[in-house]
Structure formats: C-alpha cells, structure tokens
Ligand binder design. Structure first.
Ligand SMILES: Nc1ncnc2c1ncn2[C@@H]1O[C@H](COP(=O)(O)OP(=O)(O)OP(=O)(O)O)[C@@H](O)[C@H]1O
Ligand SMILES: [Mg+2]
Length: 480
C-alpha cells in the first residue's frame, strides 16, 4: 500500500508538472504564431485599402488565413467578416474599444464553449481595424490527449509501485513467515519442527535461537512425559502385589469382624480406583511421549459399539441398583458400515462416555451409530453419540471438560462416583489419534450429548497429524 500510494503521489505530481509546463509552452507558442499571422494579414489589408475602390468583402476573402481562423474588418464604422459565426458582437467589447482607439491587443474568449483567441490590429492610416479570430480547439484537443496519456502513465506507475511493494514486502517477510509457521507447528504439537535459515545471514541468528528454544522445549516436555510414564510403571508392581494380598483377604472375609469387613470394602474400592488411575495415567503418558499407535481392524460399526457397551456394563452381582440396558440405534445409513478403527480405543471411548452417563446422569438414554457425510466432500464419517437425560453440562464448563484432571460441578453430587477427571481427556486423545474429534451438545429437554466423529478409514501413519490435532482440539475445547 505504501509503495502504491508513494508511486501514485510521485507520478501524480510529475504528471501535473509536465502537463502545466507543456500547456503553457504550447499556448504561448501558438499565440505568438497567431499574432504574427494577424500582423502580416493586417498590413496586407492596409495596403489593399489604400488602393481606392477596393471591394472590402473580396479583399477579406483573399486574405491568407490559418485553418479555422476568421477575419473581421471595421472600416469607417462598418463591419465586415469572412464568417457569419464572428462579427462585431462576438468580439469582446474591451478588445474592440482598445483596438479601435489605436492599440493592438489579443485576448482569449469563448464562442459557444469553444476557446478562441482574437488578435486586433489598428490600421490608423486607412481609418480601419483588423481583427483575426483563431480557434484553440485543436490545441485543446492535443492537451486533452496529453493529459490522458499522463494519467494512464501515472496509473501504470502506481500499479507497478504496488507490484514492487508486494514483492519487496513478501521477500522481506519470508524469513519471519518461516519462523511463524514453525511456531504454529510446535504449538500444534509437532515438537520436532525446526527453522531452516538456509544462507540467509539475517535469519540465521533468529533461526538458531528459535531452534535452541524448541530443543529445550522438546527436551523438557519429553522428560515430563517420561516421568509420568516411569512413575506409573513403578506403581504397577506394588499395585499388583496389593491386589493379590487383597484377594487373599477377601477369601477370608468371613473370619473378619464387621469393622474389618468394612475396612476391606473401602480398601477394595480405593484400590480399584487407584489401579484404574494408574492405567489411565500410563495410557495418557503414551500419548504425550508420542508412542501411542493405532492398531487398526476392519469391523462392523454397529457391532463394535454393541460389543463395547456390553463390555462397559458392570459385572453381574455388582453393588448398586440393576442397570437398565442401553439401546443402541444404528441409523439406516450406518447399517452394515465397515470401519477401520482401533477396537480397543473405541471400546475405551464408549466405556468412558457410558460410565460418565451412569455416574453423573442416571445412565445413558441411548447410543446412536450414524454415518453422516464428513467435512468437505470426503465421504461419510463414523459418528457415535452417547446421550443422557441428566443435568447436562453448563456452557462455561464445556471448555474444560476434556482437560486432564478436570472434574465438573456435577461430580460433587451425591452418588456421583469418585473419578479422577482423566476419562474425557482420554476420550479426546483416542479420537484424536484416529484423526477424529469429540464434542458436547445440549439435548433439548435436558441432558448431555457427547458426539464422537471418526474417519472411517484413518490414514495409515497419519494419526495426530496437525490437521487432525487442530480439528479435534477445536471441537473438544470450544473455549479456545
Ligand atoms: N454425562 C455427563 N453429565 C454431566 N456431567 C458430566 C457427564 N460426563 C462428564 N461430566 C462431567 O465432566 C467431568 C469430567 O469427566 P471425566 O470422565 O473426564 O472425569 P471423571 O468422570 O470425573 O473421572 P474418570 O472418568 O477419570 O474416572 C466429570 O467430573 C463430570 O463433572
Ligand atoms: Mg469419567
């Protein structure tokens, strides 16, 4: 823009100066020529008038004039003209009286909006005055052409200025764009991205400090991920020992008194919760370390979800009221749909969502398997919806629901189990690994609806690509 405005200003000023100078020079030259011609003709007329009996009309016709010029003669109070378009009345009064009083003069004026120049020469020797009227139309036409040419040249210069400016700005900003792209890629999770300075000396300082920063960042993130993973691993073996010891105690439950039995129950509850948390942590640390991989199987979508639901049901004889079976709706377009997914991960997704519905909303109302068309024209996707009729999730909580260790307000309610807040974070990670996403919607009439969208055939080796990551983050966390 600056280049274009600069070019416009500069070319505008140059064009203006050129036009005004050319116009002044051109007009001066023409007027000098007109005056010369008028004087030559005036002396010719004077000589002829000296000859007695000269017919004035014929004399004027015989005067040699420039194309477009006309002669007017005033002699002894009588006016003669070579054209009916000019005569005594057309000549400006000031000019007329000046010349008739004996002074030669020239003046510019207009007849019917056409610029004209009149040159008047007094002929005192024969008691007459000779006027010659010249048209400036041709001069004006030439000047108009000149103005148009200059305007076009200014326009072309402006466009050229804009083009040069664009090129120069693009060239100047290209190194910065490289750094900015790398920062975006790192923020999206691609920690290995680095800036290549090439042979650009200006960029190399920036690139090397940026790359150093990225190295530190990557190292630190990996160290933290390793730490979580190591801790979880270390906790697994004592947990196994604890579980085995607990089983021994369970077997001798009858021999314990009522207090001992209650303590055993509490211990069993906490131990299973702890075991689940450790396995969730281990799972999540695999995502962080980038070592989570899809193990794809070709399965029937409806069957997969039904199987996942059956597995998610609490075992027979478990404490609490008997479970109402959850209905699985497979829409006609999803009937018989074959999908390539990681069965274990999809089962975890369904189990976590149904588990949440059981804990916070009195059980899932229905689970829908659908195959709507995906974004763009990329064929259908697999959509699994888990819906409940519970209290739903407040809009201000939705943005946090998929964060790790986030436990919503409903988790404080009586009867709502003691989760750790990792369930939905894992759901989001599993979906993301497939290149899919998870989101939450309101159900009209109350309740929550969790929607998981997965590609039918994830790209091999392509999970957690930048696009997939961005897409899933968008849905999972509308507040960001
Ligand atoms: N169906 C639901 N209705 C209302 N609130 C829900 C529902 N599902 C989840 N939430 C809220 O979202 C929070 C996070 O759920 P998430 O599954 O991540 O953790 P959690 O269930 O508390 O623990 P975990 O699943 O790790 O045992 C829950 O604490 C709860 O407040
Ligand atoms: Mg949960």
């Amino acid at each position: 823009m600056t280049f274009a405005v600069g070019a416009l200003a500069l070319s505008g000023v140059m064009a203006g100066i050129t036009y005004l100078t050319a116009r002044a020079g051109f007009l001066n030259e023409r007027q000098a020529e007109f005056r010369r011609q008028a004087f030559v003709n005036a002396s010719l007329v004077q000589n002829s008038l000296r000859v007695p009996g000269t017919a004035v009309g014929q004399l004027l016709e015989s005067v040699d004039t420039l194309p477009g010029s006309r002669s007017v003669l005033a002699t002894h109070g009588q006016w003669f003209a070579t054209s009916i378009s000019v005569g005594q009345s057309q000549i400006p009064p000031a000019e007329r009286s000046l010349v008739l009083s004996g002074t030669a003069a020239s003046q510019t004026f207009t007849i019917d909006a056409t610029p004209e120049v009149v040159v008047g020469v007094p002929l005192p020797g024969v008691g007459a005055a000779y006027f010659e009227v010249f048209s400036l139309e041709e001069v004006e036409r030439t000047l108009r052409t000149l103005a148009l040419t200059l305007a076009i040249a200014a326009g072309v210069t402006t466009l050229a200025g804009a083009a040069v400016g664009r090129w120069a700005a693009g060239r100047a900003l290209r190194p910065l764009r490289g750094v900015s792209d790398a920062a975006v890629a790192i923020a999206a999770g691609d920690l290995g991205t680095r800036v290549d300075a090439g042979d650009d000396a200006d960029l190399s300082v920036l690139a090397s400090s940026f790359n150093r920063m990225a190295d530190h960042l990557q190292e630190r993130i990996e160290r933290e991920a390793r730490f979580t993973s190591d801790v979880s691993h270390e906790l697994r073996s004592p947990l196994t020992t604890l579980s085995a010891s607990l089983s021994v105690l369970e077997a001798q439950r009858e021999q314990l008194g009522p207090t001992g039995q209650r303590a055993l129950g509490l211990l069993a509850g906490d131990l299973s919760r702890f075991t689940r948390m450790v396995s969730d942590l281990l799972e999540i640390s695999r995502f962080d370390a980038g070592s989570a991989e899809l193990s794809l199987d070709d399965v029937d979508a409806g069957e997969l979800v039904r199987h996942a639901l059956a597995a998610a049901m609490p075992p027979h004889g478990a404490a609490g009221p008997p479970e109402r079976p959850v209905v699985v709706d497979v829409t006609p377009r999803a009937l018989g749909l074959r999908v390539r997914v990681d069965k274990r991960r999809i089962e975890r997704i369904v189990a976590n969502l149904v588990d949440n519905a059981r804990q916070y909303a009195g059980g899932a109302r229905r689970v829908v398997v659908d195959a709507p068309s995906g974004p763009g024209a990329r064929g259908p996707i697999l959509r699994i919806t888990v819906e409940d009729a519970g209290p739903g999730v407040a809009p201000d909580e939705r943005g946090h629901l998929f964060e790790r260790f986030y436990r919503g307000r409903s988790s404080g309610r009586r009867g709502a189990g003691e989760g750790t807040g990792l369930g939905l974070a894992l759901v989001a990670e599993h979906a993301r690994l497939h290149g899919g996403s998870v989101g939450i919607e309101d159900v009209p009439g109350g309740g929550a609806r969790f929607v998981v969208d997965l590609p039918i055939d994830p790209e091999p080796g392509g999970p957690a690509t930048d696009g997939a990551r961005a897409a899933s983050t968008d849905r999972a966390d509308p507040s960001r």
